[in-house]
Design a protein around this ligand. Structure first.
Ligand code: GDP
Ligand code: MG
Length: 629
């Protein structure tokens, strides 16, 4: 069979200006594609969607000159990416490829007659026998002088009801598959609709609207104009003229080979002649041909143009995505490191370097000097926040109004007075009330300790993972002391806080400090005393002054003391202990053992390196294009 396409003639017949603009664009996407950037980014492409038997394959076939599997039922069962590349040479080259269970399978094709079987076999390999579908794509690359420069994606047709051995949810499966392709900003959707049905009922058009409501990326294609009922032609013409369901990009109409044409072995070239003749001779449709809205060759030309425009439009976005991906890849690669040297001495050096880098990172956290990524917060800032909350808890204690304290004193005296006559409020009362208040502060102090512990733990865990991720033995060796020291230091801090609160039971302050505070309290104009002053027992009032003064002094002391304890153990001691333990690893175990990489790591590194190369080259190609455009 001759695989002839009309569009070749059209493209080469276009004016110089167009040729200058089209080629570089198509070449750009082509070279990105041949670099394999497609694995990392979605490149501009055209997807063909439509209900079953709407004529998708026929349109693709006519556009590409490539005979695809046809038949009834779901014939296209995997996405088929048809990469057409127009060449000057006379040779025909076809390669079919797909990936199954991470294995790349490629098959060279000698000529176009091998396509149909190769595609069918690939579909069976991916989607099994029967009528199930698969999301895995099949790629068919064809280089020939007879094809236009286009990449088209054939998708399974939308089936309304499951039949025979199809899965019951076949419609849902197909729709979700179609959606993944047409919702990409990089995809132009060709919605194929038979002209002989009511266009408003087509599922495909509704799907396209759903993902592209403004219709920027959707082009309608009417097929089977020869099958339109008499009297309905004007509706078809109005549809193509965008007057029925308007699309931003509008519609085109084509006539492909019908079943009879195929039975009669009508070649694709002949079919194009017949198509032109059909539109020319039909009084209703002739105007559409004159407006450039009908026939396969004009569609091919339009598509190339659309693709070029689309490429130009999505270019900045593509460039940005590429840059982001590049950055992420080099970060991932950096985290993985360069790999372990083979020489034993160098291995030790390598281990020293890894440990030094890790210890440096810890040191930075300890000194609150760590580098931050985007919106992250320094560990010490988080700790300071916890310290602040602790201060607030203390404040709510020390700013207790004198009135409340006075009530407490009165209550205390009322319930526990001994044999003394009223008015003799003694020092014991003072001590007891003080102790009661201070005791209440222990739990908030311990909570603060736990919160800070969690903050530091999370941070150290992240650092250890990021440094030793590639070496599971080293990671495990580091994680043990991390947990041990953490518990150890936590316990010590807890013990100290306990002791502190035990010590606080000794009510003490330097005389001069205490007198000073008492003076301040007494001089402060007090609202509550003013009101009920006359009714308040002078001793009780005096006692309230003392309590206020002493609680203020105690709270000030604890405001500094508890954070000091927490910081000393949970940050300083813990980090130093961990750093020392890491250093001692250098002399100890066999470094080769600690540095043994997980099996996946080497291949992951290789993959990342390849991607990095690819993206770098892709970036160069892109920026070169942008600058010359
Ligand atoms: P798909 O399921 O969407 O891929 O549809 P096909 O391309 O397999 O087409 C379904 C049937 O419609 C086939 O028998 C085609 O020959 C026929 N067909 C496609 N386009 C036309 C057309 O323009 N005119 C006529 N008469 N038949 C067509
Ligand atoms: Mg089909």
């Amino acid at each position: 069979m001759s695989h002839c396409s009309s569009s070749k003639g059209k493209i080469s017949g276009l004016n110089q200006h167009y040729e200058e603009k089209v080629r570089p664009c198509i070449d750009l996407v082509d070279s990105l594609r041949s670099l394999g950037v497609e694995k990392d980014l979605n490149l501009p492409a055209i997807a063909v969607i439509g209900d079953q038997s709407s004529g998708k394959s026929s349109v693709l076939e006519a556009l590409s000159g490539v005979a695809l599997p046809r038949g009834t039922g779901i014939v296209t069962r995997c996405p088929l990416v048809l990469k057409l590349k127009s060449t000057k040479s006379d040779s025909w080259q076809g390669v079919l490829s797909y990936t199954k269970k991470k294995e790349n399978i490629t098959k060279k094709l000698k000529d176009s007659s091998e396509i149909e079987n190769a595609v069918l076999n690939a579909q069976i390999a991916l989607a099994g026998k029967g009528e199930g579908i698969s999301h895995e794509m099949i790629t068919l690359e064809i280089e020939s002088s007879d094809v236009p420069d286009l990449t088209l994606i054939d998708l399974p047709g939308i089936a309304r009801v499951a039949t025979g051995n199809q899965p019951i949810d076949i419609e849902k499966q197909i729709k979700s598959l179609i959606e993944t392709y047409i919702k990409r900003q990089e995809t132009i959707s060709l919605v194929v609709v038979p002209a002989n049905i009511d266009i408003a009922t087509t599922e495909a058009l509704q799907m396209a609207f759903k993902v592209d409501s403004s219709g920027q990326r959707t082009l309608g294609i009417l097929t089977k104009p020869d099958l339109v009922d008499k009297g309905m032609e004007e509706t078809v013409v109005r549809t193509v003229n965008n007057q029925v369901i308007p699309l931003n990009k509008g519609y085109m109409i084509v006539k492909c080979r019908g079943q009879q044409d195929i039975n009669e072995n009508l070649g694709l070239v002949k079919a194009l002649e017949k198509e032109r003749q059909f539109f020319n001779e039909n009084s209703h449709y002739r105007s559409l041909l004159e407006d450039g809205k009908a026939t396969i060759p004009l569609l091919a030309e339009r598509l190339t143009k659309e693709l070029v425009q689309h490429i130009m439009k999505t270019l900045p976005q593509l460039q940005k995505q590429l840059e982001m991906k590049l950055e992420k890849t080099s970060e991932d690669l950096k985290a993985l490191g360069d790999g372990v040297p083979l020489d034993e001495n160098e291995k030790t050096n390598f281990l020293i370097m890894k440990i030094r880098q890790f210890n440096d990172a810890l040191e930075e956290v300890k000194r609150a000097e760590e580098d931050l990524k985007n919106s992250d917060t320094r560990v010490f800032s988080k700790i300071r926040w916890e310290f602040g909350k602790w201060k607030l808890a203390l404040d709510s204690k020390s700013v207790k109004t004198e009135e409340i304290l006075r009530d407490e004193v009165e209550e205390y005296v009322r319930t526990r007075r001994g044999k003394e006559l009223p008015g003799f409020v003694n020092y014991k009362t003072f001590e007891n009330i003080v102790r009661q208040h201070v005791e209440e502060l222990e739990e908030p102090a311990l909570k603060m300790l736990r919160d800070v512990k969690d903050i530091v733990h999370t941070c150290v865990d992240r650092i250890v993972n990021s440094h030793f991720n590639a070496f599971s033995h080293l990671l495990r060796a580091a994680k043990n002391p991390i947990e041990d020291f953490h518990d150890e230091q936590f316990q010590q801090a807890e013990e100290k806080i306990h002791s502190q609160f035990k010590m606080e039971k000794i009510v003490y302050s330097q005389d001069c400090l205490y007198s000073h505070q008492l003076n301040i309290v007494k001089q402060k104009p007090s609202t509550c005393f003013g009101l009920k002053a006359s009714s308040v027992n002078a001793d009780v009032r005096e006692m309230a002054y003392h309590l206020t003064s002493y609680l203020k002094i105690t709270c000030d002391r604890l405001a500094n003391q508890i954070p000091l304890i927490v910081q000393y153990h949970i940050l300083d001691q813990y980090v130093s202990q961990l750093q020392n333990a890491m250093l001692s690893m250098i002399g100890g175990d066999n470094p080769g053992m600690l540095l043994r990489e997980d099996s996946g790591v080497a291949s992951k590194r290789k993959e990342l390196k390849e991607r990095l190369e690819r993206l770098k080259k892709g970036g160069k190609v892109l920026s070169k294009f942008v600058h010359s455009a």
